[in-house]
Design a protein around this ligand. Structure first.
Ligand SMILES: Nc1ncnc2c1ncn2[C@@H]1O[C@H](COP(=O)(O)OP(=O)(O)OP(=O)(O)O)[C@@H](O)[C@H]1O
Ligand SMILES: [Mg+2]
Length: 252
């Protein structure tokens, strides 16, 4: 049988931030249309992994490489990665003074009629009052997340990296964020294809709204365990992260 190339392939990736090694020989493959979940304690390197995939400049790859659709993107700047189809919902999205949300959504959507295409979703995201304000300037936690989701829906990435999408968001907003994530991850809503995802979550609440195929646990910058996401969360809830390494659910 012919080998299928994964959409995103991380090979033996080691990363330094501010001269300190944070990730150690990480291997991870995400197929087209698959949703993976990344779990791990505070400071274990989850955001670092997502930022490195997105190509943020502070994250220095010291070994290994990142392939997207079989192409080595390790040396590529962030904007080229975005154009190729990688999108990210940041844990703490920055405010952008002087740029209106409407302008950013227009640019993210490459000028292409996002509001008509996604009118129902935009309405649900309740963005009317935010569209003509500077991006994220003084936005509440929930408004910031909703504005990020709108930018991503306009971009319609082939893979979206979600860094704690439920953090700082109340229950009503989690449902709205979950709906936007599903639109990005299900076929036909924002593009013909089904988008892939990598979701960092501490609580797993978002998994009440979004289905995930595979879960991974990152401990001290190393991937320690892989398995069914809900089983992993249940085990972590019961025994804590350190038990992950030995737990029976590990299949690697
Ligand atoms: N830009 C940066 N400058 C300096 N140190 C950094 C930077 N980014 C990450 N680090 C360090 O790398 C380590 C891992 O941080 P990271 O944010 O990736 O963890 P995390 O798993 O996302 O944690 P949390 O669950 O708290 O969000 C931390 O010690 C952090 O201080
Ligand atoms: Mg983080």
């Amino acid at each position: 049988m012919e080998d299928v190339i994964p959409l995103l392939e991380i090979e033996d990736l080691s990363v330094e931030v501010e001269e300190r090694q944070v990730l150690f020989s990480v291997n991870l493959a995400i197929g087209a249309g698959e949703t993976h979940v990344l779990l791990g304690p505070n400071g274990s390197g989850k955001t670092t992994l997502l930022n490195t995939i997105m190509g943020l400049p502070a994250y220095r790859v010291t070994s290994g490489r990142i392939l997207f659709g079989g192409t080595d993107i390790t040396p590529m700047p962030i904007d080229e990665r975005a154009k190729l189809g990688i999108g990210m919902a940041f844990q703490r999205p920055p405010a952008v003074r002087g740029v209106k949300l409407r302008q950013l959504i227009h640019v993210a959507g490459d000028g292409g009629g996002m509001e008509e295409r996604l009118s129902g979703l935009v309405r649900n995201l309740d963005l009317d009052r935010l569209m003509d304000r500077d991006v994220n300037m003084g936005f509440s936690g929930g408004e910031t997340k909703r504005s990020e989701m709108a930018q991503l829906l306009a971009q319609a990435p082939a893979i979206t990296l979600f860094d704690e999408p439920e953090s700082g968001v109340d229950l009503d907003n989690i449902a709205v964020v979950g709906e936007a994530m599903n639109a990005l991850l299900k076929p036909g809503t924002v593009a013909e294809r089904k988008g892939a995802g990598l979701i960092v979550t501490h609580t797993g609440h978002i998994l009440e709204y979004v289905n995930a195929d595979v879960g991974h646990v990152l401990l001290n910058g190393k991937l320690a365990c892989q398995g069914n996401p809900l089983d992993l969360l249940e085990e972590i809830g019961r025994s804590g992260y350190q038990k992950c390494v030995e737990c029976a659910l590990c299949d690697q």
